[in-house]
Structures are given as C-alpha cells and as structure tokens.
Design a protein around this ligand. Sequence first.
Ligand SMILES: Cc1cc2nc3c(=O)[nH]c(=O)nc-3n(C[C@H](O)[C@H](O)[C@H](O)COP(=O)(O)OP(=O)(O)OC[C@H]3O[C@@H](n4cnc5c(N)ncnc54)[C@H](O)[C@@H]3O)c2cc1C
Length: 397
Amino acid sequence: MTGTGASDPAVILGAGYAGLTIAQEVHRRTRGKIPVVLVDRNPVHVLRTQLYEVGKLASSGEQVDPWVVPLAGVLEGTAVEFRQGSVERIDLDGRTVVLDTGPIRFGSLAICLGSVAAYFGVPGAAENTHQVYRLSGAKRLAAAIRDVERASASLPGERRPRFVVVGGGSTGTELSSEIATTDWTGIAGPAARPPAVFQVVGALPFLAGFPGSVVERARRSLREAGVVLLPGVNVTRVDPGRVALEDGSVLACDLAVWCAGLEAPPPVKSLPVPHGRAGRIAADRTLEIPGHAGVFAVGDVVELPDPRTGGTVPATAQAALGEARTAARNLVARWNGRPLVPFEYRERGVVVALGIGRAAGAVRAVPIWGSPAALLKHLVQRDYARAVERGEPPSLI
Ligand SMILES: Cc1cc2nc3c(=O)[nH]c(=O)nc-3n(C[C@H](O)[C@H](O)[C@H](O)COP(=O)(O)OP(=O)(O)OC[C@H]3O[C@@H](n4cnc5c(N)ncnc54)[C@H](O)[C@@H]3O)c2cc1C
C-alpha cells in the first residue's frame, strides 16, 4: 500500500449511514484483501432518520427497538471485524485511534462519527431539553411524553399538555407533526388529553433550503394539526418548564425538545485539521483530509462545497450514502496507489414527514404530498433497512 502502514487495517469510525456503507463497500470491492475494522459505541446500526417517530417508540414495549439493525447479522460472512468502543481521541500523525477500550493503529481511516446537538451557548438548553438526534434521547423523549400524557387527565380545568419544539428545520417539523397527530389515548390511556404543540422556528426561515412547495404544504399541514409556529424569534434561555424567547415572552411547557441544530462531535472538533462551520472537517472533494493521505471524513462530520448550488452538500443520510461510496472507492484506490476521484452530489429528492399518514416532498423536482408522499417515505426507509440487512448497496431520500 502507498503512504500508509501496510500491516495495519482500514479503520472505520462510526457504523451509521456513512461508516457502515464504507465497510460493506470496501469488503465488496476487495473481498477481504483489505482488512477492515468497524468501530462503534453501539453493536447496532441506528436508523436515525426515523427517530422523530416518538409515537411508535412510546407504544413499543421497553424491550423492543424498532429503529435498529444489529451489526452482528449485517457483518456475518464478511471480512469486516466489528470493535465496540467509544472513540476518545484520533491521533492522525501517530496513525492511532484511542478508544475507551484501548488503542487501534490504522493503515487508512474513515471518520464517520456523525453529529451532536449544537446548543449555541443558550443557557439551560442542554440540561433542560430533550433531543431526537440519538436513539437513547428519542427513547427518553417518547417515555417522557407518555408520562405527561398519562398525567394529563388530572390537569386543572381544560388545560392540555404543552410541548415546545425548538427548531424550524425538517427534524423540528417532523417531530412537531408526529407529536400533534399521534393518538395518545391509545398509548397513555383513554383520559389522555391531546397536546398543544408550539414550534419555535428561530431567526432562520422555516424549512430553509427546502423547495417552496414543501414549505407551503408543511405550513398548512402543521396549521391543520394545531401546531403553533413561532417564526422570527430565537430562544434565549431554557429553565425546567419554561422556554424564554428573545422578544421577552416565555413559553410555559411540560416538556421542551431541542431540534435547533447540529455540530461535529468532540473527537472531530478537536482534530488539528481545517474545519468548516460547526466544527465539521473541511475535506477536499475526494473526501480525503488535506495533508493526511488515506484519511477520509464522511457524512455529517464533513463540510463539502456543492458547485451546483454554490453552498455546501447538506448533512443528510442521503448525502452520507453517496459520499461513502466515493470514500470507499478512494480508500481502496489509495491502498492500491491509484488516483482518487471527486465526489459529486446528486440529490434524488426530499420528503418531510408531516404526521401520521402525511408528508410533503419533491422527487426529481416533481412535487409529491399527502398519503402518497408518506407511503413513499415509508417504502424508501423500509427498503433501506432491508438492503442494509442483506448487505446490498442502500439508498435513501
Ligand atoms: C429525526 C431525524 C430525521 C432525519 N431524516 C432524514 C431524512 O429523511 N433523510 C436524510 O437523508 N437524512 C435525514 N436525517 C439526517 C441523517 O440522519 C444524518 O445526516 C445521518 O445520520 C448522517 O450519517 P452519518 O453516518 O454521518 O452519522 P450517523 O448515522 O449519526 O452515524 C454516526 C455513528 O457514529 C457513532 N458514534 C458517534 N460518536 C461515537 C464515538 N465517540 N465513539 C464510537 N461511536 C460513535 C454513532 O453511534 C453512530 O452509529 C435525519 C436526522 C434526524 C435526527
């Protein structure tokens, strides 16, 4: 191999959309000739794009994990070795990754550690809000909503449970819609009262970056579901049961959820490499980190320019899968001393879930909405999970 330690494996950090795809793709391309070690803190691949479905999480039993695919089954029969552990530090010059369970040396490396909630320094936000960016957080939120709903029968007068969702992007919109349209009486008992949901959009436009048709349908659908959209104001402080806004108003609530943004996780933010916004790694268009041959950054951890729009490639699972295929090809090319190819982002479409049985999107620029859009989203996500389980190349929108 050129430029990297021949006896050390290709190490892939994170078994999410990007990392699992790279591991499978390197195996497929080389049939085990390149030893691959896949690292994750969990022994499962989490279907993160479905974590807004808190109604389903709340109704599934404590022992049921609807949104995970066990890695043992996925990797069976491949030459990919799975190592469970939490990445604490990446030493690029020493070509070593430090896990909580010990160090691993790497010949080549793919950093695919995803993203974590960004709280932008808002006091109390990290401590006093829930989030759906991780499975553990989504499960805690689902249980907390169920508890509030169970207790709602004894609220004074006509008062309904009040939930505040902070964030005007797709995650906040999908979550507000899900909470507002779930039949909580089936989950929390017949006396449960329907919740009142407030979505704080913040200073950015509602669903910024989405096609106008999607924005309009989402706005209408939220209105019909009873969700109150609060545009143009940022959150300044969160205390238990209180979300303060910059116009001086305070939203009293039973529970608040933070969907306002993401940033690179700590082991990525602290790397001595060029960074873009929110601590993401500014890799070059081959996904390799400049000055570090054979080291790639892929998925939510990377910031790549998108020459088509003049902006950056979105941090989505759809983009992560495409980047992962290019990164796997380049990892193998580097190993064999061949030239690398640039990543070209092609968006297949977008679909935003708008509550039970509803969605809005655009697929190859054709608008789609209502139950057909919801069915499409369901089928695409189901096919993704099946492809992963069978070790076939997956795709998503
Ligand atoms: C509710 C929700 C809905 C979404 N819907 C869509 C959608 O419809 N379409 C779409 O394209 N995108 C969607 N996204 C965005 C998409 O989920 C992300 O862009 C995608 O998960 C990024 O893939 P990734 O491989 O970079 O990171 P991830 O899939 O998050 O994988 C990161 C992996 O790294 C592991 N990890 C992290 N830190 C450590 C550590 N220190 N040590 C060990 N392991 C670690 C994690 O356990 C995880 O397995 C949605 C996101 C959310 C939250």
